[in-house]
Write a protein that binds this ligand. Structure first.
Ligand code: 3NM
Length: 211
């Protein structure tokens, strides 16, 4: 199980989120101080089947050596096959109850939730953490909805949600603090790290504003 501190700088990446070799990108991000990693192989030119699995395995090794939790987006089969530390599902992905049936209690299970109803349902179904977003405008997720802002994190806290919450979507050094101030335990970031010219430096700068 993940502890709360491990949500602080939650890096997400798939092969199409970086122009670099994904392994090199992840190594640099780890050196910069990410506290958690999610493998999210989705969208245009995403790898499938054995290509996806092989990349996941190589990224998992990097995480394991660094003591960084390795979480798989949506793909329960892959998460189980690799013995991932966790699985994350969106509202349109595999239902949480089905995931919980298949995964042991030692696997961290995250769910995307941005309304009080979605969050309460996720709590009831046994989620371990929530991802709330998009906080700000993002072009990384093709079907991203309108930004809901850090106020949404504040609203979820005021509704009595005590699970760890990570904000996601359009987050960078300039706005990460506002997400934390609203009550988040961490920020989930793709492009601010994966597309940075200096990935290690970008991760480090984010860590510095989160402390
Ligand atoms: N999920 P970036 S927004 C993967 O709102 C994802 O649930 C979102 O990428 C949600 O950090 C998003 O580059 C994309 O904006 C995050």
């Amino acid at each position: 199980m993940m502890n709360k501190e491990q949500y602080l700088l939650y890096f997400i990446m798939g092969s199409n989120n970086t122009d670099k070799d994904p392994e090199e990108a992840l190594r640099e991000a780890v050196q910069g101080g990410i506290t958690c990693f999610q493998f999210r192989e989705k969208g245009e030119d995403a790898r499938e089947a054995s290509g996806k699995k092989e990349l996941a395995q190589r990224l998992q090794v990097i995480c394991r050596e660094a003591g960084v939790p390795f979480i798989v987006n949506d793909d329960v089969d892959l998460a189980l096959e690799l013995g991932a530390d966790g699985i994350h599902a969106g509202q349109e992905d595999t239902p949480l109850r089905d995931i919980k049936k298949r995964c042991s209690g030692s696997m961290t299970v995250g769910v995307s939730a941005k309304t009080k109803a979605e969050a309460e349902q996720a709590v009831q179904d046994g989620a371990d953490y929530l991802g709330a977003g998009p906080m700000f405008a993002t072009s990384t997720k093709e079907d991203a909805e309108a930004p809901v802002g850090p106020e949404t994190v504040r609203m979820l806290r005021q509704s009595g949600i005590t699970l760890p919450i990570v904000g996601i979507g359009g987050i960078g050094t300039e706005n990460a603090a506002s997400v934390m101030e609203a009550g988040a335990d961490g920020v989930s970031v793709i492009s601010a790290i994966s597309r940075a010219p200096d990935i290690q430096q970008a991760a480090q700068s984010l860590r510095n504003v989160l402390r």
